[in-house]
Design a protein around this ligand. Sequence first.
Ligand SMILES: Nc1nc2c(ncn2[C@@H]2O[C@H](COP(=O)(O)OP(=O)(O)OP(=O)(O)O)[C@@H](O)[C@H]2O)c(=O)[nH]1
Length: 529
Amino acid sequence: MRYLWQLFVEMLKDRRQRMVLVTVLALAIFCAMVAGTALKLVNEQNDILAQPKLLVKGGIWHLYRAYYELNDLPNTLEGVDSGQLDPYKLSIRLQVVASLLDIVHSLQKDAFATDEKGESQRTLLHMMDQINHWDQQASSSTPLSDSQLHQLTGDVRQQLPKLLHDINDLAGTANVSQASLIDSMRYHYRDLFIQLAWAVGGLGIAGLTLVIYLLSYIFRERRLSDSLSEMNSFLELRVEERAHDVLEREERLKAILETSPSDVILIHPDGKVHFVNERLLQRLNCTSYQTFSLDHFFADADAGRTFCRNLSSQQLIDEVEMRIGIRDPYWGVVSGRVLYIEQEPAYLIWSYDISQRKAMEQELVKLASTDTLTGLHNHHSFIQQSRCWLVNSTQPAFCALLMIDIDHFKQINDNYGHAIGDQAIQSVAHTLQAGLRKGEILGRINGEKFALLMPISTNEDIFSLMEALRQRIETRPMTIQDYTLYLTVSVGAAFYRPSMSIEELLERADTSLYQAKAMGRNRVAVWSD
Ligand SMILES: Nc1nc2c(ncn2[C@@H]2O[C@H](COP(=O)(O)OP(=O)(O)OP(=O)(O)O)[C@@H](O)[C@H]2O)c(=O)[nH]1
């Protein structure tokens, strides 16, 4: 019952179902009304057919009454004959019969419907004439004589059996007519009832069809709704699983990114940050990725802007060495790709720290360019540095290259040993280095020979400068271990001339040095063109 009520309430919610329901209800009400009306009609007609009214209507009752009146007439005739009854009593009885027959006459269409020839009617009229004639005689205003009276009663007595026989016949005919009428009415009502039954049955079938349709529609809809909700829950489960998978993958990816040696940034060109790994945030002193910007990342803002511009135009940049971070910048290798997130471009930038590698590189460069004994530029580095100075100098014409060689150094080695000799070289290098002026480049070319690139101004005298250098060595005896060494140097120099190579300059200075050596050592010589 509760289920049916729920079904009913659900049906009311749907417009289409509501309309079908209303139609079914209207049909049911209409069927009930038609069936009710038909039953009422049948009942009424049954009542009518069962009532004696029909007998009255058909004249049968009047004919039988007339028959009984006529049948009782002999007693009245005897009373009149014997003088016990007034002829007036006979007249009344005859009038009763006449009035009954008159009624039958008025009903003749119904009473004698089966008498197509009209014989019954003629018989009835004849009887009525006869009886009216007798009545007129019996009720005559002038009293009848005894003979007239006896003639009248004798005439009535004589005709009476025929009258009774005729009335009986008429009653039979009326009965047949009535039965036939009732039969035809019954047939009519039966036909009507059958038609009504067909109509009600048709309506019932239509209603039933609608109910079946409605129920099948509801059940189909329910089935659909059930399978839809089943599908929905299946999809929800799938979505949940996928979401879980995505989350897991995201977490995994995040873990990989966090543990990867590379730092990763995913950022929109307008600055909206999608992702920055924790280590980079900590390294750049950012509290969260929301406060992060590329200005925190690139130590050199201009270099950062150039990087982004190139990334936008080229879509990818591979391994560019850049300084990273503002507060404590470090060297990193930075790469970038342009990705598209929701159809919007985003920069994927990753970098790794190469501070150690850079330091090692610098160390290697330093080692490769430094003379290990003295810490000065070695031959190669001196050449490079000097060439660079000559190229970049605004006034390259005003410089000279000096070659400085320790005199008789072989004797130091021979007399004090190679180790003391090394220290002597270090000591000379230190003295030369201590006297360096701004912009001068000093290197150890080989053995006990040094080279000095010396920028000079126009009012300076190269000889004086060379002499001062020579004297600095000569006047500073060196104490090495227990020995005091008195060293001297010979110095050769050459001036730089435009378009001259550094090798050429070195060669000229070297030639000058050999001149100084040849002149007796502990002296200076300058190349003259
Ligand atoms: N201790 C030491 N000796 C070196 C080094 N390089 C070269 N020598 C020595 O320096 C000496 C150079 O000798 P020479 O070329 O004859 O020149 P010198 O004895 O200085 O004579 P002059 O230059 O002509 O005055 C050699 O005995 C080399 O073995 C070095 O790095 N350490």
